[in-house]
Ligand binder design. Structure first.
Ligand code: OAD
Length: 229
């Protein structure tokens, strides 16, 4: 028999204990910033300086952070399972934790792209955390973060759906499941799969989920131990 397939669907909570703030918890990013002012195409058109600064700060924090026990444990699952991580996070902590297959639904902060037309498929690694106004592509358009803004399409959504389609086990960790279409991929997982949710807060999920009310750095390694036995 082939390896069982595990889909890990993660959100900001998996990186919280690495020092990267979540969005909707108290003290979260969306309490300090207006989504409309930093994370939409309109914000970019109106105030590219502010948007660039916002994502520079996120990139700086990301580059200064380290994977935590949850990221490492998820990578460890690969010893026995075919594991695919589908994350809403733009940080690269799953990769640095050792996961080999990671789909980023909302883009990657370590990459930039041209803000000009037809830029969608050309990404550049941003080595230094700071993108400056004046950093331009060959055609003269300002570089922007390779992230998905509210109001933009989610290019990886179909890929994510096709992966979760054949899951034997689904592990949801650190997401409030508030943002669509990302959260909607769970509807495409098989009915007979096993479902786990790890989150310290109450997150609304169907009753067939095994809910583990715990932080990622504790709850994930414990579940991983159990699954690897
Ligand atoms: P949210 O901020 O909405 O939710 C974070 C979740 O993490 C909550 O359910 C918390 O209870 C949980 N959490 C907090 N600390 C935790 C810990 N130590 N261990 C485990 N869980 C913890 O973040 P997301 O659901 O990821 O999109 O947000 C989804 C999307 O909204 C983001 O990708 C981003 C944001 O706006 C875009 O910017 C397009």
């Amino acid at each position: 028999m082939g390896k069982q397939k595990i889909i890990v669907f993660s959100g900001a909570g998996v990186s919280a204990e690495s020092g990267l703030g979540t969005f909707r918890d108290s003290g979260g990013l969306w309490e300090k910033y207006n989504i409309e002012e930093v994370a939409t195409p309109e914000a970019w058109n109106k105030n590219p300086e502010m948007v660039t600064e916002f994502y520079n700060m996120r990139r700086k924090q990301c580059y200064e952070s380290k994977p935590n026990a949850a990221h490492f444990a998820i990578a460890k699952l690969e010893e026995k399972f075919n594991v695919e991580v589908i994350t809403q996070n733009i940080d690269d902590l799953h990769e640095r934790g050792g996961s080999s297959k990671v789909i980023h639904l909302h883009g990657e902060i370590s990459k930039v792209k041209s803000s000009g037309p037809n830029a969608e498929k050309k990404y550049f690694h941003q080595k230094n955390w700071e993108v400056k106004i004046g950093d331009k592509c060959e055609e003269g358009y300002q570089m922007r973060p390779h992230v998905v803004w509210f109001g933009e399409a989610v290019p990886m959504i179909d890929e994510a759906i096709s992966r979760i389609n054949s899951a034997d086990i689904v592990i949801v960790v650190g997401t409030s499941l508030n943002v669509y279409p990302a959260a909607g991929i769970l509807n495409y997982a098989p009915h007979n799969a096993k479902y786990y949710l790890i989150d310290p807060s109450e997150v609304s999920v169907p009753s067939y989920f095994n809910v583990i009310r715990d932080s990622a750095s504790k709850g994930v390694p414990e579940l991983v131990e159990k699954l690897l036995k």
